[in-house]
Design a protein around this ligand. Sequence first.
Ligand SMILES: Nc1ncnc2c1ncn2[C@@H]1O[C@H](COP(=O)(O)OP(=O)(O)OP(=O)(O)O)[C@@H](O)[C@H]1O
Ligand SMILES: [Mg+2]
Length: 422
Amino acid sequence: MESVQAIKQRFGIIGNTTALNRAIEKAIQVAPTDISVLVTGESGVGKESIPKIIHQLSHRKHNKYIAVNCGAIPEGTIDSELFGHEKGAFTGATQTRSGYFEVADGGTIFLDEVGELPLTTQVRLLRVLENGEFLKVGSSKVQKTDVRIVAATNANMFEAINKEKFREDLYYRLSTVDIHLPPLRERQGDIHLLFRKFASDFALKYKMPTVKLTDNAIQVLLKHRWSGNIRQLRNIAEQVSVLEQNRTISADTLRGYLPTSGSNLPAVIKTAKTESDFSSEREILYKVLFDMKSDLNDLKKLTMELMKNGNVKDVEKDHEGLIQKIYGNSDETETNYQDTLTETEVISIPEHSNPHEDISSAQDKYHFAEEIEEEETLSLHDKELELIKKSLERHQGKRKLAAAELGISERTLYRKIKQYDL
Ligand SMILES: Nc1ncnc2c1ncn2[C@@H]1O[C@H](COP(=O)(O)OP(=O)(O)OP(=O)(O)O)[C@@H](O)[C@H]1O
Ligand SMILES: [Mg+2]
């Protein structure tokens, strides 16, 4: 049996933490059997190496290995991709076609993002797993195949089961052996090692000297959350390697490449998806727009108050909650908000002036902003309505949960329910 070290070398896997070694060891042990394996772990942790190791160390290694990204195939064609179809099974099926389960007979199929499989496909998959039988789409002739399945997911499968998006029986059938890869932040000993390896690879690729981190920069690297795990670390190593003239990288320079923690930017789409279960990226974008619109309204309110009142401290006191909602309350953002308020102070209205006159002239100045809002309102209202409806459905009408998911207060949700007559 090949050693864990030899496997790491053969498959280009860097790292030496116990959890990683244990995962590879499990893959080596399970490889010679036909047991189904489920590889779990956050996005970018390196799940894709595991099915390759399993296939290469199995008696199936001379037969086909097919990797299928279940999340990337449209729902309408996935059954046909996996199981094939008969001529005339649907419009456009001009010829009989073999699916992956027929082609990979004797080999291994890697079902990546298995949590994305439609329920109807899950039924077919369960049957293959149980007795090796399947039907081509549009056929009633049972076919046999001998395929080993390794699946992977970065989603919370128990949540998917609870929401009836994934069959529990299939989950247990797939995860006879579960191999879990830990997130990078739990592999402290590997972070700098991986960075050095990537930096040296990119130095070779781009024919430049290898970048080196100062001690402080190493500390920054170790403390970062790495929500995108090794994929993110690799991207940052590449950017630094290509863009930095000075090949010694300081903590400040490195920080410039790392997303600020606690950022509200929509970059962490996967987290948003699992946490609030918005089933498509489009929905997430609508939610971002919706949040932005709500922030804009809050800002308008605050600006108007500042113009009316003129005294920053009073407004700050009266609208503490609102300010915190817009600017958050971390140290970093607090500084930004202070900066913003100082700037606002410069344009504050003199106390002796007539506030009403000033407000109307200010409104004229910002007339363009109103126009933009008019234009966006129609479509945004539709999307907002759709989001609220879906969220309420998901939470069986429980307003508290829906409001938390939508990031608005229960009162605002109540107002919107009335407004849309829901
Ligand atoms: N231990 C490692 N050593 C070297 N490179 C690694 C390691 N783990 C992952 N990588 C690299 O990181 C990148 C992401 O890995 P991979 O595609 O396997 O992630 P994943 O877990 O499948 O993520 P997702 O759930 O998003 O598909 C790849 O380029 C891979 O080569
Ligand atoms: Mg992957």
